[in-house]
Design a protein around this ligand. Structure first.
Ligand code: ATP
Ligand code: MG
Length: 428
């Protein structure tokens, strides 16, 4: 059988020029999280299956897209999943470490960056291993905390130079409002069930709200005239949502109320949102998406604490930033290139190491290249300083230092090398 030495479908390798961009993006994310006082949490990429396969979760992600595997030992077999998203693992960890116990520290404001896994059909902006940055603020219910999460996501988007993003926002209301709405949707869709797709028929039974999230039936006229959640908000839900909107107004974050936005995951309540490009038409539009959730902390045994957060798809964000010309491809470069000729390996190594220990970016040749080829390498790496070492220099314990910008060359003692190079680079 032919060997398949390729990345698995729906995954990708990021080569050095790409990882440079990823590091820059992650740096921006970390800086913004600091400002908003979110701290990083790292949980395993795989969890026991029951962490994700929670009761009543009818989302495609949980029912169809999870990578599940089993391991067997003498004790029997155990089922695990590769995490498809961040929230549940973090809530599991929040409860396991009893972070709810320290009320002085509530809400706990956490963020994560890492790979997620979903077995879906790969398309542009949709992968089987992708990367999410996400935040969770657990232990407080305040419309302004919801707004803060949106503001943090939006500030990252702005810093990445992505323009023309708006926030679609809706409220699923509190339990009472949502139950009433659920019933209204059931009554409404009942006579149309045979016109809806198979999944929607399943959703009808498990969670009729999610019918509105259907990608197949979305443009069906039955959908457009379906009842609107806003007619089912009770006073509490109305007031809460009004404060969210007020917060967005104050911060001048462009938003649009979308009363059919329900979000894919099942655990949301009250505020839900999606950040999308203003001109978005496709299905891979959301750059970050999230909302408030009730019940999840309680489900894992941590009591009735609410949470709010979002997940941001980094592949999509980076793609958009690139489209706006945000990232220049930068070639490998160095401050100093050490050229060696003849039997001077140890001496050259010493010189190289002392420069590196002084904090400079230094490269040398490892292929026994000719003098000419080594000079070529200094050009390719845009080296600012070239240190040239031959047998004579080694004898005299000196080195030749060439400043490329000024085209001057000087012989200095090996002991003065670091100071001299730093001075030439203006890094004293
Ligand atoms: P969609 O409706 O696009 O399938 P979703 O509801 O499944 O989205 P979430 O679970 O809310 O998405 O994930 C949050 C974000 O993660 C999305 O807005 C998107 O940016 C990103 N994302 C989700 N699935 C993928 C994927 N398969 N590949 C790349 N990015 C993804
Ligand atoms: Mg999805």
């Amino acid at each position: 059988m032919a060997k398949n030495y390729q990345v698995p479908t729906g995954t990708q390798d990021f080569l050095p020029q790409q990882t440079k961009i990823w590091q820059e993006v992650e740096q921006i994310i970390r800086e913004e999280c600091e400002k908003y006082s979110y701290q990083e949490i790292r949980t395993p990429v795989f969890e026991y299956t029951e962490v994700f396969k929670t009761e009543n979760d009818s989302s495609d992600m949980v029912t169809k897209e999870m990578y599940t595997f089993e391991t067997t030992s003498e004790k029997g077999s155990t089922s695990f999943v590769l995490r498809p998203e961040g929230t549940k693992g973090i809530v599991r960890s929040f409860v396991e470490h009893k972070l709810y116990g320290n009320t002085a520290e509530l809400p706990q404001k956490l963020y994560y960056i890492g790979p997620m896994f979903r077995h879906e059909r790969p398309q542009k902006g949709r992968y089987r291993q992708f990367h999410q940055f996400g935040i969770e603020a657990i232990g407080a219910k305040d419309p302004l905390l919801d707004v803060e999460t949106i503001a943090l996501g939006y500030s990252i988007i702005k810093r990445l130079g992505i323009k023309d993003v708006k926030i679609l926002v809706n409220s699923l209301g509190d339990d009472e409002s949502r139950n009433n709405y659920r019933q209204a949707l059931k009554d409404y869709f009942k006579p149309h069930l045979n016109e809806l797709c198979e999944d929607c028929n399943r959703r009808y039974e498990m969670n009729p709200l999610r019918i509105l999230d259907c990608k197949v039936d979305r443009n069906n006229p039955i959908f457009t005239s379906a009842p609107s959640i806003k007619d089912y908000w009770n006073e509490t839900s109305k007031e809460y949502f009004a404060k969210v909107i007020e917060g967005l107004e104050i911060l001048q974050i462009p938003y649009e109320i979308d009363d059919k936005l329900v979000r894919g995951l099942d655990y949301y309540s009250n505020t839900v949102y999606e950040a999308v490009p203003i001109d978005a038409t496709g299905q891979q539009a959301a750059v970050f998406a999230g909302g408030q959730y009730d019940g999840l902390v309680d489900y894992f045994g941590g009591g009735p604490l609410p949470g709010v957060g979002f997940g941001m798809g980094l592949e999509r964000v980076i793609e958009l930033a690139k489209e706006q010309g945000r990232f220049e491809v930068t070639n490998k470069s160095c401050d100093v290139y050490v050229i060696t000729m003849g039997d001077v390996a140890a001496y050259g190594l010493q010189a190289t190491q002392s420069l590196r220990e002084a904090g400079l970016k230094v490269e040398k040749d490892y292929l026994g290249r000719s003098l000419k080829a080594q000079f070529k390498a200094t050009e390719r790496l845009q080296s600012k300083i070239i240190v040239i070492i031959g047998e004579e220099e080694k004898e005299k314990r000196t080195v030749n230092v060439k400043n490329v910008a000024t085209q001057t060359q000087q012989t200095v003692s090996i002991d003065e090398l670091v100071e001299f190079v730093k001075k030439e680079l203006g890094k004293e």
